[in-house]
Design a protein around this ligand. Sequence first.
Ligand code: ATP
Ligand code: ATP
Ligand code: MG
Ligand code: MG
Lengths: 226, 226
Amino acid sequence: IIVAERLVKTYGTGAAAVHALDHATLSIAAGRFTAVMGPSGSGKSTMMHVMAGLDSVDSGTVRLGGVELTELSERERTVLRRRKVGFVFQSFNLVPSLTAAENIELPLRLAGKRADSAWVDELVTTLGIQERLSHRPNELSGGQQQRVAVARALASRPEVVFADEPTGALDSRAGRALLAFLQRASREFGQTIVMVTHDPVAAGFADRVEFLADGQVVDGFDHPTA
Amino acid sequence: IIVAERLVKTYGTGAAAVHALDHATLSIAAGRFTAVMGPSGSGKSTMMHVMAGLDSVDSGTVRLGGVELTELSERERTVLRRRKVGFVFQSFNLVPSLTAAENIELPLRLAGKRADSAWVDELVTTLGIQERLSHRPNELSGGQQQRVAVARALASRPEVVFADEPTGALDSRAGRALLAFLQRASREFGQTIVMVTHDPVAAGFADRVEFLADGQVVDGFDHPTA
Ligand SMILES: Nc1ncnc2c1ncn2[C@@H]1O[C@H](COP(=O)(O)OP(=O)(O)OP(=O)(O)O)[C@@H](O)[C@H]1O
Ligand SMILES: Nc1ncnc2c1ncn2[C@@H]1O[C@H](COP(=O)(O)OP(=O)(O)OP(=O)(O)O)[C@@H](O)[C@H]1O
Ligand SMILES: [Mg+2]
Ligand SMILES: [Mg+2]
């Protein structure tokens, strides 16, 4: 479903240049749950943003569901993303003026889709945030905000969900509940998931792990167990 | 150095009231490294904010270095905090328009202190951010921003450092380097540290662990090992 080849993204020029991606190549199979690991600053978030159509590259190609993203305009990428992609940002990026419930419904409204209220109810209950839907992000703890961000990405059942360290702010019990839910969404509903994580236990829930270092995909293997 | 007794903090009223702190009592000894653990939403961040003089309470008392915080005005609490406290926020809270180096020096400038450049150099090198000091927060990865936030809290060698999940965005290698550094600061320089964490490995670096649940301190023990 996603094929990224020889992606290059560099910030700055000359001696101070930072090579966020340095000819990174990665394929994600449809319906699979793939974890992406690597040291801080190795290019994981950059890779996710590029594969989700949120960021451009200097060179290389990215095909999402057969569509070449690098040939689309910013506007075309946004339309495609709204229809096909759910994203859990590393910094949550919730809209401060909206309640938790409104944040969760926002991608649906932007894509012109109706919410499947039975699915959203199941999401909210599994994530343990059903009593806080009327609160705004600044009235929620770090972990509660993260769970709202996850519900938002999954609510519209997009073709691909990208999650950038979705359990970073959660205790191990809440983290495992979330990971088990992602695994179920992948195994039972065929949801394609790409998850960045630093936690080997989280990677153990995935079907495959890819390793990034210095902007390159250096390793990968199937069926990781913690 | 910190004595908090029967702290109560409630948001909202009636049926929708949320009891962030529910008669929580906690003492932190000077020069010790204390970890605070507990489920998401149990009141850890709220407790830290109150003990650091960043937030008020409905009832209860908090003494920081012998000074009763609940009797001070907002302004007096700010002056005391600038002189005695360093804080690593769960959401980093870096100033977007300043470079990493300027963010690190900000608390020193606000407190009217001069930087000890040998100490700041050691901090920046240990945390692995020496090559990124001229970049602004939005040019850094999540883990790099977190390390800048930690350097900022430690730069002025405050009496007490509060760190709210300081390794949440770091890979295990960078996380361990940071934790070993905090442990050294405590053991060799007598730095008092209070660290919220979900990670049992991180708690293993502390001298003592306290457990929060539903706004109360329910347990605690010395010399945790992972
Ligand atoms: N402004 C607010 N209005 C309403 N409730 C709030 C507000 N701020 C915090 N809370 C609630 O107080 C409780 C404690 O929050 P706190 O941020 O201290 O939790 P935490 O233990 O740090 O959780 P996490 O591990 O998720 O960061 C939570 O249920 C949170 O939703
Ligand atoms: N706007 C920018 N200007 C300069 N450098 C940047 C910019 N954005 C990202 N970078 C750099 O690109 C590299 C890759 O960043 P990225 O955010 O992808 O890392 P990451 O693997 O997600 O790290 P973490 O685990 O800390 O979140 C980092 O060195 C980062 O500092
Ligand atoms: Mg990242
Ligand atoms: Mg918190």
